[in-house]
Design a protein around this ligand. Structure first.
Ligand code: NAP
Length: 304
């Protein structure tokens, strides 16, 4: 099968298209033919070993001290179940699924991937009926991160929520999910993304190139930093006394319940993945160059 591999940390060019052996599912695994995967900001971070200074060493110990331990990158996917191990009960051959490969030995930049039907770090479930494979692949990580952090902030109806970095993957889901909770949402982004963030349902938008969001007159119940580019001390200026700051820099975890909630919200047309660009597997280097720019809007999808 075709897979994109990397054997050293570095620029997008370290990613190479290779022919490798198709994996075989273990007793508790499903073999998925991948129809779509994505390039997340986490993928480019892992490829380039761009870890924050404080966690650089622990991250390299986990992901490979001298070279990447996991040679096939890729965290999100959608596809069809082609084979199942003899102990698998939740899925059958032919099912359409979506999920993640978090902490598995091989990622989703490949024609086939084996996923346990259940494991501690990642998730897989039946794909939303009304979304394409491309849209479904773009939902798990950004969507689960947004949901996890909004729940951590105890979001509830009637609150005022500010999403800083509303045009990214996490940000675009955070706007839609916060609206679903019945809150009033202000999205912060740059000039070219104002219309996009409004189209996601934001009640107000702030252009961070023209205006300092911390000078806004309103008091917010939640400030959600969806790109890791602001701080709690800045956010405090516009937070109510009882307000909460959450950030993508905080530890989050993947839960099957959250993936199923996202599937249900997608099927009710409450949320819709925003797809910025599509690339074929063969153009992975180009796709990584684009995400490296830090300017992607929503999600970048790889079609197989
Ligand atoms: N904790 C977790 O589990 C978890 C999960 C997923 C992601 N993350 C982290 O969350 C961060 C965001 O990930 P993502 O994939 O959602 O991001 P992304 O899609 O790569 O974010 C790109 C967006 O960020 C905006 N942006 C760039 N600089 C900005 C700034 N100074 N102020 C406001 N917006 C800015 C850009 O919009 P403009 O062009 O308008 O600036 C662009 O639309 C990454 O650091 C990632 O590693 C954490």
């Amino acid at each position: 099968m075709k897979a994109i591999m990397y054997h050293k940390y570095g620029p997008p060019e370290v990613l190479q298209l290779r022919e490798v052996e198709k994996p075989k599912p273990k007793d508790n695994e499903i073999l998925v033919k991948v129809h779509a995967t994505t390039v997340t900001s986490g993928d480019v971070r892992l490829r380039s070993s761009d870890f924050p200074t404080l966690v650089w060493l622990p991250a390299r110990l986990i992901f490979g001290l001298f070279r990447p331990r996991k040679k096939i990158l890729g965290h999100e996917l959608s596809g069809r179940v082609m084979e199942i191990g003899k102990n698998v009960t939740k899925f059958k051959v032919g099912d359409s699924v979506f999920g993640t490969t978090t902490m598995l030995p091989k990622g989703s930049y490949a024609e086939y991937v084996c996923l346990p039907e259940e494991w501690k770090s990642g998730v897989v479930a039946a794909k939303p009926d009304n979304l394409s494979f491309e849209e479904s692949a773009a939902l798990p990580i950004g969507g689960m991160t947004a949901l996890f952090l909004l729940e951590k902030a105890n979001i509830s109806a009637g609150q005022k929520v500010l999403i800083y970095g509303a045009s990214g993957s996490v940000g675009s889901y955070a706007v839609q999910i916060a609206k679903h909770f019945g809150t009033t949402v202000t999205g912060v982004c740059s000039t070219s993304n104002l219309a996009m963030v409004q189209s996601l349902g934001a009640d107000a938008v702030v252009d961070y190139t023209q205006e300092d969001y911390t000078a806004l007159a309103a008091a917010f119940d939640i400030v959600f930093d969806a790109v890791g580019k602001t701080t709690k001390s800045k956010a405090r200026k516009i937070l109510k006394r009882s307000g909460t700051f959450v950030s993508v820099a905080m530890l989050t975890s993947e839960k099957t319940d959250h993936l199923l909630t996202l599937k249900a919200l997608a099927e009710k047309e409450v949320i819709k993945p925003f797809i910025d660009k599509h690339f074929p597997l063969e153009a992975m280097v180009e796709a990584h160059r684009y995400v490296d720019s830090g300017r992607k809007r929503g999600n970048v999808v790889i079609e197989l």
